[in-house]
Design a protein around this ligand. Structure first.
Ligand code: NAD
Length: 310
């Protein structure tokens, strides 16, 4: 399994580390418009690889070097500076994706390749990459709210005193400020969240839930304020998605991919079944009226920003 990573900054390097540590790939090629940075990352990662799985890691100085890649991960583009929103990156990063996708497509097997998008604003970039690549939407997948869902599970785990593995709860919609926590569908150990709280005598009123939703939406801002950027969470999310595809696991992940056509075309995160073919099915989450209207609003925000760049 050969993987290409385009953009080897903070996120691309963290993704390479996490992917290397899965043991599922034999070769990772790195491309960055800053060739010195890509070569330095390949050196450092190569040294790290000598302590673990035997993965060949090289920097390539042209897109010809990504030939033979089964999956291409796009982590290139500007990141948020403190106080910036993901949508603030829209114009800069749409130019980056317009530069990258045609070059990628000229050097991959269009019948099989999958593209994993990480560049923000994520959902709009997924729409743009799908349009430019002309690939089936099922094979252009953004990590979307996988990371937001992980943030929700982490907070809930601490609040409820059970492992994240025993909680099933999703964040859906935009990977951004309008993301929506699906409180209605949340379960813990096969009980509804409300039943679990009742049995365990835990109080989780609406005000607390609103605070948790707020913390999920603001997690990236907090991390950027503290360490300048985010990388560990997204590295792990990308590697988990990659593993799900490589192993044809058919796990349900909140990833972003395009659905609908024409004016109804939209990419956002919903619980989706992911396997070797990419996204194989999409589930309609059980939402309250308020959550449904928040999800519609989230879709409108994504679509409005997409319309502004095409
Ligand atoms: P960074 O500045 O550290 O690295 C970006 C890299 O992209 C640089 O090395 C740059 O040279 C390269 N690049 C820019 N334009 C390019 C082009 N046209 N071709 C090839 N390479 C190019 O930024 P980062 O912190 O690594 O963030 C990268 C992206 O990932 C940002 O858009 C950021 O917002 C996003 N991100 C997404 C998530 C998520 O959950 N999806 C999480 C964190 C960050």
């Amino acid at each position: 399994m050969k993987i290409a990573i385009i953009g080897v900054g903070t996120v691309g390097s963290a993704v390479a580390t996490a992917v290397k540590n899965t043991g599922f790939v034999h070769e990772i090629v790195l491309f960055d418009k800053d060739g010195v940075r890509a070569r330095a990352a390949a050196e450092d990662l190569g040294h790290a690889a000598s302590f673990g799985f035997d993965v060949k890691i090289t920097a390539v100085n042209s897109y010809r070097g990504i030939r033979g890649s089964d999956i291409v991960i796009i982590a290139a583009g500007a990141n948020q500076k403190p106080g910036e929103t993901r949508m603030d990156l829209l114009n800069k990063n749409s130019e980056v994706i317009k530069d990258i996708i045609p070059r990628v497509m000229a050097n991959v097997d269009v019948k099989n390749v999958k593209i994993i998008m990480l560049t923000n604003p994520l959902d709009v970039m997924v729409m743009l990459a799908t349009k430019l690549s002309k690939l089936p939407p099922a094979r252009v997948i953004g990590t979307g709210t996988m990371l937001d869902t992980a943030r929700l599970l982490t907070i809930l785990s601490r609040q409820l005193g059970v492992s994240t593995q025993s909680i099933s709860a999703y964040v859906v919609g935009e990977h951004g400020d309008s993301s929506v926590v699906d409180w209605t569908g949340a379960t813990v150990g096969a009980l509804t969240l409300d039943d679990f709280c009742r049995q365990m005598k835990i109080s989780l009123p609406e005000t607390t839930r609103n605070t948790i939703s707020h913390r999920v939406r603001n997690a990236a801002y907090e991390i950027i304020r503290g360490r300048g950027a985010t990388w560990d969470g997204i590295g792990a999310a990308a590697a988990d998605l990659l593993r799900c595809i490589i192993n044809d696991e058919h796990r349900i992940l909140t990833v972003s991919c395009v659905s609908g056509t024409g004016n109804d075309m939209i990419a956002m995160s919903l619980p989706r079944v992911v396997g070797a073919g990419g996204v194989t099915a999409t589930l309609k989450p059980k939402l309250s009226t308020k959550e449904s209207s928040a999800l519609r609003r989230s879709g409108k925000i994504i679509r409005k920003n997409y319309d502004a760049i095409v």
